[in-house]
Design a protein around this ligand. Structure first.
Ligand code: FE2
Ligand code: FE2
Length: 404
């Protein structure tokens, strides 16, 4: 259910969960319609956010329009798949809530083409491929080596928490982002972690190095022009996918779920290389996807003859990313054709869920669809999607803050 900050709470909103005070006392039960006096009480108790939504009646909202709007995003998803159906239902509910909270459904004009004539690609269609994109990019700039320096310490015999902390601390930007992240609800540690050495001790060197890899990759791509792609929207999708992947992986026995956060975070990294080397063609693909209501990955294949996972396959190898991370990223659109489908299937489902979350936020791309067998592989009941969504909504904003 939606988390509402204190400044946005209005009389008439309905509580989505029991409201508990910081010292554990029940303040108001789930289902209460908030009145002015309740809001005052919540304020007095120092509670900064609550689980609440605006009550709305059918005549206030054109439910048929909402359904039409949401259905458009699911044109590519198999309606016989129970997981897709549940995701559709949740998206409909979430979009309805957003409309009740004052969000206006975007009209189709927002999908209109923009001029991208001035953007130069490194090659014309058919005269190059993913290899050229990656080699051109790597000639210009090398990957920040902080991750590899952390790995080196981790793998050396004398590697200990203090040494790892020393290496991480040489990068001030990385250190502060890591601290914000370990202090976010993502980890849920009861007290504030104020030093990198404490973070290493609590989170573990391996996990911290994986997080460092994610943070370094984000920094590497910070200079992509805004006119080309809204990077905040791009990373919100990526972080959302990471959060869902971590939640789904934590339901599996024997998987280290944190690795999946980074897998989700970087799943579309090939697209970023395409933005840098083929800005014109990438923009064309985005417009083609919007105008024809097809998933972006299909539009890439249609307009360029290859897609972002073809690029990431080469990039991950060149950057020497851990192999298992590369595999979940490179196979996220086609997990069931990969010999060990579970890890890419988790990213695949998480990507679909992340795309569905964007529907009520003005997202422009059709949901790629869950391939047969991917959800079943996870062994979860479709109702788990709702549980995952609740957990997601508690994490997304603070994790976005930690990164940007
Ligand atoms: Fe993708
Ligand atoms: Fe994606």
């Amino acid at each position: 259910m939606p988390i509402c900050t204190i400044d946005n709470i209005k009389p008439g909103m309905v509580l989505g969960a029991d409201l508990i005070t910081p010292d554990g006392r029940m303040l108001l039960p789930r289902g209460v319609t908030l009145e002015e006096r309740h809001i005052e009480l919540i304020r007095k108790m120092g509670i900064s956010e609550i689980d609440a939504w605006a009550e709305c009646t059918p005549d206030q909202v054109d439910t048929a329009r909402i359904e039409d709007y949401v259905r458009d995003f699911f044109l590519y998803a198999n309606p016989d798949n129970p997981a897709v159906l549940e995701l559709y239902r949740l998206t409909l509910e979430r979009t309805g809530q957003a409309v009740c909270n004052g969000w206006e459904l975007p009209d189709t004009d927002t999908r209109r083409a923009v001029s991208v004539e001035h953007l130069d690609d490194i090659f014309l269609k058919g005269l190059g491929g993913p290899e050229q994109c990656v080699s051109h990019e790597l000639e210009l700039e090398s990957f920040p080596d902080i991750y590899f320096r952390i790995r080196e310490v981790l793998e050396s015999e004398s590697g200990n928490a203090d040494k790892i902390a020393q290496v991480v601390s040489t990068d001030v930007g990385l250190s502060s982002k890591l601290l914000k992240l370990v202090n976010s609800p993502f980890y849920g540690f009861p007290s504030t972690i104020d030093s990198i050495s404490r973070a290493v001790a609590l989170v573990g060197g391996n996990e911290l190095s994986t997080l460092a890899l994610g943070v370094s990759t984000i920094s590497y791509f910070k200079d992509i022009p805004r006119e080309l792609v809204d990077m905040r929207t791009f990373w919100r999708h990526s972080i959302s996918c990471g959060i869902f992947a971590r939640i789904l992986a934590s339901e599996q026995q024997g998987l280290q779920s944190e690795r999946f956060f980074i897998g989700g975070l970087l799943h579309d990294v090939g697209r970023l290389i395409m933005f840098k080397t083929l800005p014109y063609a990438s923009t064309e693909a985005m417009l083609f996807a919007r105008e024809n209501s097809i998933p972006l990955v299909e539009a890439e294949r249609e307009t360029m003859d290859f897609c972002h996972t073809d690029v990431s396959r080469i990039l991950m190898r060149e950057w020497k990313f851990p192999e298992s991370l590369g595999e979940m990223i490179n196979n996220h659109h086609d997990p069931m054709n990969y010999p060990n489908p579970l890890e890419p299937a988790i990213i695949h489902v998480a990507d679909n869920m992340a795309n569905a979350m964007a529907v009520a936020e003005g997202g422009m791309y059709v949901i790629p669809g869950i391939v047969d067998g991917a959800w079943e592989l996870l062994g979860l009941d479709p109702s788990f999607m709702g549980t995952a969504l609740e957990q997601y909504e508690r994490q997304i904003d603070q994790i976005m803050d930690a990164f940007f």
